[in-house]
Design a protein around this ligand. Structure first.
Ligand code: TXA
Ligand code: MG
Length: 317
């Protein structure tokens, strides 16, 4: 496995060639790091499931270079899906749409739909564009963590978690810290109106503004979204929400909250964006320090705050 920092055009090109040859490439996106494979290569996609330890019926998101890639992978689409793609791509939004011929069972976890996203990150976009020049159509990529664990927001976290499962030809591209820090909003676009399967930085309000339709959200969906399992995004430490931290506990809380004596401060975000960006690295750092209990004071409000609370509820389950 190679770990490549300061990604030049050359590094991105060799990573695209590795993907085309059937290897795995972990790459940065604005949300979290993804573990990528050629979405048309059944064996390469099967390795993603092995490396993650993920059940085979959990579908993958296919990363494409622009809205033009929709026609490569999607079947029939409602107009509102096109509005969403126009308004928010590249960006932290995944559209679940009826699948086209190209999207096979091995990448959709046997769903008749496919998840598509154009990431807003130079290295990710460069990688997809180079891959397309080599004849590829899309990069299947889940978050680059073991199943059920916290998503990685920097390249070191990917290496720490996955290096032992990767092969010599596989690559980790280092693009620094992911700026959003929580996974993309997932919108099911197979019904008459948009349906939010996973909240994220693209909020219900933004979706309603773009489409002129009410965006529904449901706690438990029939479609399988592994990120919607009750327990997910979990560090080894026990996560306790909105409690009083005891000496020896870790604490994640907004910066105006003081740190009680003997408590180990893991993050002091000043804004809601900062909260999302720092959360997963703070949970990972608790595990690295052998902290057993992490108290998290949740942010209030809608939008991104609601996405953070959604992840925290599952971390704490
Ligand atoms: O921000 C993100 O979305 C990151 C970056 C790497 O793009 N990716 C990510 O992938 O979070 P993953 O696999 O960790 O989470 C994607 C979720 C999974 O829970 C999966 O079940 C769901 O999206 N999903 C993918 N395709 C789907 C489909 N056709 N129908 C329903 N859910 C789908
Ligand atoms: Mg994930």
């Amino acid at each position: 496995m190679s770990f490549l920092s300061k990604c030049s055009t050359d590094t991105v090109h060799s990573a695209a060639a590795a993907l085309k040859a059937g290897s795995l490439v972990a790459f940065p996106t604005e949300t979290v790091y993804g573990l990528g494979a050629d979405a048309e290569n059944a064996e390469a996609v099967a390795r993603i499931y092995e490396v993650k330890g993920r059940p085979h019926d959990h579908p993958l998101i296919i990363h494409i270079a622009s809205i033009d890639g929709l026609s490569d992978w999607a079947g029939e689409l409602p107009d509102y899906a096109v509005s969403l793609a126009r308004d928010f791509w590249p960006g932290p939004l995944t559209l679940v749409v009826n699948r086209g011929e190209r999207a096979k069972d091995f990448v959709t976890g046997n769903q008749k739909t496919v998840g598509l996203r154009v990431p807003a990150h130079n290295i990710a976009l460069g990688l997809i564009q180079e891959f397309i020049k080599l004849g590829g159509k899309g990069i299947a990529a889940p978050s680059a963590n073991r199943f059920g664990a916290v998503s990685p927001t920097n390249a070191q976290a990917v290496e720490d978690e996955l290096a032992e499962y990767l092969q010599v030809q596989d690559i980790i591209l280092d693009g620094g810290q992911s700026l959003v820090g929580v996974e993309s909003t997932i919108v099911d676009c197979t019904k008459e109106t948009p349906f939010i399967l996973r909240p994220g930085a693209i909020t219900a309000e933004m979706i309603e503004e773009s489409t002129g339709l009410i965006a529904l959200t449901k706690e438990v969906s029939e479609i399988r979204v592994s990120g919607s399992l009750d327990s997910h995004y979990s560090p080894k430490a026990k996560v306790v929400l909105d409690a009083i931290a005891e000496p020896g506990d870790g604490l994640i809380a907004p910066d105006q909250i003081p740190t009680p004596d003997g408590v180990i401060r893991l993050a002091s975000p000043r804004t809601i964006e900062g909260y999302a960006r720092d959360l997963y690295a703070a949970l990972r750092s608790a595990d690295a320090q052998g902290i057993e209990v992490v108290v998290v004071l949740q942010p209030g409000g809608d939008g991104l705050a609601a996405a953070i609370r959604d992840r925290l509820k599952r971390s704490a389950h």
